[in-house]
Design a protein around this ligand. Sequence first.
Ligand code: GLN
Ligand code: ZN
Length: 806
Amino acid sequence: MSQNITTHNLGFPRIGGDRELKKAQEAYWRGEIDQAQLEQTGRELRKAHWQLQADAGLDLIPTGDFAWYDQVLTLSATLGNIPARHRKTAAAAKGHSHHDDLACCPQRDYPVREFATTACTDIDLDTLFRVARGRAPTGNATTASDMTKWFDTNYHYLVPEFHLGQTFQLSWTQIIDETAEAIALGYKVKPVILGPLSYLYLGKEKGTEFDRFDLLEKLLPAYQQLLTALAATGASWVQIDEPILVLDLPAKWQRAFESVYNRLQHPKLKLLLATYFGALGDNLSTAVNLPVAGLHIDAVRAPEQLISVIDRLPAHKIVSVGVVDGRNIWRNDLEKSLAVLKQAQERLGDRLWIAPSCSLLHSPVNLEREEKLPQDIKSWFAFAKQKVQEVVTLKTLLTRPFDAIAQEALAASNAAAQARLSSSKIHNPEVQTRLKAIKPEQAQRQSVFAERIVKQQALLQLPAFPTTTIGSFPQTDYIRQTRSEFKQGKINAVEYDNRIRQEIADCIAKQEQLDIDVLVHGEAERNDMVEYFGEQLNGYAFTQFGWVQSYGSRCVKPPIIFGDVSRPTPMTVSWARYAQSLSKKPVKGMLTGPITMLFWSFVRDDQPRATTALQIALALRDEVVDLETAGIQVIQIDEPAIREGLPLREKDRKDYLAWAVNAFRIAASGVQDETQIHTHMCYSEFNDIIQAIADLDADVITIETSRSDGELLQAFEQFHYPNDIGPGVYDIHSPNIPEVNTMVNLLKRAAREIPAERLWVNPDCGLKTRRWPETEAALARMVAAAKVLRSEANRSNVLDLEQELA
Ligand code: GLN
Ligand code: ZN
């Protein structure tokens, strides 16, 4: 049996175990440290992460995974694709010519090599920050580039902007420099870059209409320059990521792969083409036949493709098998992985490589730091550092099966797997019995919407164009301080309760004064809409340092769903009851829906996500019913994450939407007809899932519209949304106070597509990031706008309003 298996990694989290990078970035933006200090932090982090991977025994360590904001943005700079408005000499950019002057390049503390001649346009570190944030310590403020989700992860990348007739050339040498830096430090590295087809595909055309695909010809020479420069560092392998190979690709994009990779040959370089986040599917034969030295596949998301890839791969190519989950926190079941790898090893010999499934960017950094997790639960997890060790252990188990340390790791892995199978912390028979007993009618309200809304209206007596908000009100320093003092034990439960009650009372009083129709309690007791519920549910765990980069300097610490979910006691009822006691107007109960609870957490890998979603739904269903019993007549179940969960491949979407909708309906349908269920989503690109949104059968949906220029309303031209809807009338992301007229007009436009009696008036999201003065001013105008519409409607007949407004 071969002894020459290679281990490697596709990327290591760059933020640092203590979020050092985040802290340094933000300090730099605030002007507290200078660029040299920021660069120093970056250098230290890179070195620490290379060392950590080398210490683990990894054969090839990734470079190019470090970024000052985002790796796609780094690549845009590398290829000279930076919007003119962000360039250092924004005004002079047009006349800027290529030159060899290195004066404007970042400091290097190692020799500058051949590639230096191509460097240095008018791009510097602050240019990158202007692209990302619209501003930087130097240069003029301007609009940032768009950011969007990286495939189905929670990471956001900066969308490359493409213009008709633009050119590309090597303009930013960071990836090359950092590769040289690692090699100079003695590490055996493999630079990682995003491939040209994925890079183009993931960007967007700007300005004059054209097809960005047509830029391919111009883009390839810049990639060739980059490869030449990388070869000059001494690297022998380059990993080129083409994750779009797991998507449904238009035919011309799929066809382009062959010729592109024919042209990216470099005599001194071997290319590893990396795919992840799913199966190659109909792109499989394209992928296996490309003129590259190796192919990486995701064997966690799509284990079934391993054998077909091996069967069809030309005999000289290596296969990198991504067996360690880069997207989750679960310890690898080494025994299971070994079985998969042994099969591959028999076929491939030393052409087998072992790796995580994707970059570890999506994992927290280091489990060892966690001191508060119960020992057994902790033993089920692995973060980035542990995942690298798992990759190396798997190689050892294949090549030196009697190695004592590897055997010990295998035994520990087996023990953890065994414990997960049987632990009573994970398996709760009561939950499972209840799950099995779910009947279809539990996903059904008692009557159809048309009948419910009549009963609700009789009870609630709301005016036309009822006003409401999305849930949270400004989170003042005092509120944050109250929560943190309580958490640290500095104030007791009675004091905490009193303070939160006071916040609720203030919030209700302000809404009464503003004359809002359906009130909220303000969510002062919640730090985060998922964590707040997770902390009160069985089956959830929380980490101290489990940070994952979301974008730029933003990190999130997702809860971990490790076991069957159940609700030991009511979670929101006492606050809701108190809030309702303060007003004669309805106060909304406020919950986070099952799909959002699922997608904003790390989830179990030992049962389908649909099952976990149903468990959460049942816990929420009890909460909804308890709220109703406590006299709450309107209950909102937020689902901002429902669209995020949409599978990458069209063929998987119907199934997902079916179980997601069902989970929501299970949560929402335990109540009487009179109880009004609201939901909220904060994005508007849901044209493609609008049927599913309607299928949620919420009585009212509040949704973002204000930022998207009526994109949402277009959706309603083709689709007749059946229930009540509140198109957000102003953008809460901006401190600007909206004009009454703007809001009136937006609602009038909405009334062309949606019957006026179905329309609500509300902001487009929660108000927790705003301050009180602007919030009160904005809401006063929003209520005024509703009143304008009511008085106009009164002059005619409410039911005729639609025609009148049209
Ligand atoms: N109810 C939540 C709030 O108002 C909803 C937040 C969200 O949509 N992301 O803050
Ligand atoms: Zn929202």
